[in-house]
Design a protein around this ligand. Structure first.
Ligand code: DGY
Length: 327
């Protein structure tokens, strides 16, 4: 019997490629050049599955041109690149990579908040530019972290892991807003209090975004929301580009409407809006919240487990639309 054929759309760890090749015939994008849509369509011809990276739009049009495709396995937890309705309609399974990145991503969210509040990169740029000629009592004074109020929008696994760090490690009162309120036991376990979005924006000293991207969460933070925030507050986005209106944020930062922002994700990334690049009160990182060697390996291996699980054993580990496909 011929082995299933898999496309890996970007470069990947050698041991991950090795494991895939034990089960499948694999075509890989070893030089890591992002493929155009046409190139992706061409390479998907005859493939049973794809290991994807959260970047490739899998929609009705693509699926119509790839009749052999059975499964797309994102190595990311986010899956806004999948049109799950279109995938279900043609019998294609989508999988993502939850859990394995939770603590690592929470570490980064916290680090980005601290770097933003305490002006770490701004002061380093000042030092590297040779501008540090004398000590001054107000030099780079930032916002307090310990004891200040953290507001988390999007209280899934990563949001909860950040809340625990804040409440137990830094003595921060934590408020959160989420589509649905958490169970009382979970709230108590991460010492977080549910509030509506407006109250969160008005009261938090640091607002941290971990909400998944969808049409409903597009521009969760825009000019009206920024206007509600304290002028001393910081805004941290480790969720997805498009959750924040980047142009409105740059305007708010320029006008010192809020104190600072920390951004790991951007609208239209890897391009960053020039208005943001021009602001000194923003810490900018290139979508690295889950980037430790161990975690990225675990994410990729989970995607491989999903491909093996589904195509070899008939059951994926972390499916997104298995129930819908079974109907
Ligand atoms: C994810 O897993 O969704 C992270 O954003 C990494 O891309």
């Amino acid at each position: 019997m011929p082995r299933p054929r898999i496309l890996v759309t970007r470069a990947i760890f050698p041991e991950v490629a090795q494991r895939l090749s034990e089960y499948f015939d694999v075509e890989s994008n070893t030089n890591d050049a992002p493929w155009s849509r046409d190139e992706l369509l061409h390479r998907l011809q005859g493939k049973d599955g794809a290991l994807t990276f959260g970047l490739e739009r899998i929609d009705a049009d693509l699926l119509a041109h790839c009749p052999t495709l059975k499964v797309c396995a994102n190595m990311t937890v986010g899956y806004n690149n999948f049109d799950l309705t279109a995938m279900t309609a043609v019998g294609v399974l989508g999988t993502n990579a939850p859990d394995v990145l939770t603590e690592t991503t929470a570490d980064f969210g916290f680090a980005l908040m601290m770097a933003t509040a305490r002006r770490v990169t701004e002061s380093e740029h000042f030092l590297r530019a040779g501008k540090w000629t004398h000590w001054h009592f107000e030099m780079f004074s930032g916002a307090e972290v310990h004891g200040s109020t953290l507001g988390i929008i999007g209280m899934g696994r990563i949001g909860q892991a950040i809340a625990r760090r804040a409440a137990f490690g830094f003595g921060m009162p934590v408020v959160y807003h989420n589509r649905s309120r958490l169970d009382a036991t979970v709230e108590a376990e991460c010492r977080a209090h549910y509030v509506d979005k407006e109250e969160l924006l008005r009261t938090a000293d640091h607002v941290l975004l971990v909400v998944p991207y969808s049409a409903a969460s597009h521009h969760t933070i825009g000019a009206p929301e920024l206007a509600l925030m304290k002028p001393t507050a910081t805004l941290i986005n480790i969720a997805r580009g498009g959750i924040v209106d980047d142009v409105a944020l740059a305007a708010a930062l320029r006008a010192n409407r809020i104190a600072a922002a920390g951004l790991d994700v951007f609208e239209g990334e890897p391009t960053v809006h020039p208005d943001l690049l021009a602001c000194s009160n923003v810490v900018l990182t290139p979508h690295i919240a889950s980037a430790t060697a161990g975690t990225r390996r675990a994410m990729a291996m989970l995607a491989v487990d999903n491909l093996i699980g589904y195509l070899v054993h008939g059951k994926a580990v972390t499916p997104l639309n298995a129930a819908e496909l079974a109907q």
